[in-house]
Design a protein around this ligand. Structure first.
Ligand code: TYD
Length: 205
């Protein structure tokens, strides 16, 4: 049986990661992988309910951090760990790096507390690969344009997203072995080519 693999997709809102998730799922399925496509916050019935609250209900930064990690715990226990144990390829739209980037960088919440939550909730589980869609915060803002009903994060200003970007950069430099930084300001085919290069360098396929 092929070993399970866990790939996360990260970047600020407007980086374009979601469109590549579907392409990656199709690409991996063609190569015979059992693919599980999921997202955070969310991925299970309970975690999707928590997502609604996190994205739309006003709350303080600790409550927000606790809810994203509560959602993550349910997601790991109910979906991610069983899928990896079956040998599936799990593609996840955002994971814990987003908590460090948004709650830590964006909101200025304690990185130390986030680190403790990460340890409790994940028990050592980390992605095998994180594709980081990096681009200037101003470019991402232009791409997002006028979102109809922005959620609590999309409604933030440029300075917030600059701090989120810096949060991602910090996580990437702390774990260079699992991060692949993509030049996400490029055209879609160029970004896809970069992703293909990353996949070719892995011996998983
Ligand atoms: P996003 O993944 O961008 O979904 P959509 O494409 O449907 O808008 O939205 C999720 C939001 O949640 C995003 O703005 C980042 C935020 N978020 C956190 O603040 N912390 C987290 O730990 C996670 C996983 C997401």
């Amino acid at each position: 049986m092929k070993p399970g693999r866990f790939i996360t997709f990260e970047g600020i809102d407007g980086a374009g990661k979601s469109s590549h998730l579907d392409a990656m799922a199709a690409w991996a399925r063609e190569r015979g992988h059992d693919v599980v496509l999921t997202r955070e916050p969310g991925g299970t019935a309970l975690a999707e309910r928590l997502r609604e609250l996190v994205l739309h209900a006003p709350m303080d930064a600790l409550t927000e951090a606790l809810l994203v990690f509560a959602a993550r715990r349910d997601h790991l226990v109910q979906l991610i760990e069983p899928a990896l144990a079956r040998g599936s390829l799990v593609l996840c739209d955002r994971f814990t790096d987003a908590s460090f980037a948004y709650q830590g960088g964006g909101r200025g919440f304690s990185l130390e507390v986030l680190g403790r939550l990460e340890d409790w909730v994940q028990q050592g589980r980390q992605p095998d690969l994180t594709l980081w869609f990096d681009l200037p915060a101003a470019t991402a803002a232009q791409r997002r344009g006028a979102v109809r009903a922005p959620d609590r994060f999309e409604a933030q200003d440029l300075a917030f997203f600059e701090r989120v970007s810096a949060g991602y950069a910090q996580r990437a430099s702390a774990a260079p072995e699992r991060f692949a930084r993509l030049h996400a300001q490029g055209e879609r085919p160029a970004v896809w080519a970069e992703i293909q290069d990353v996949m070719r360098t892995l011996a998983w396929w």
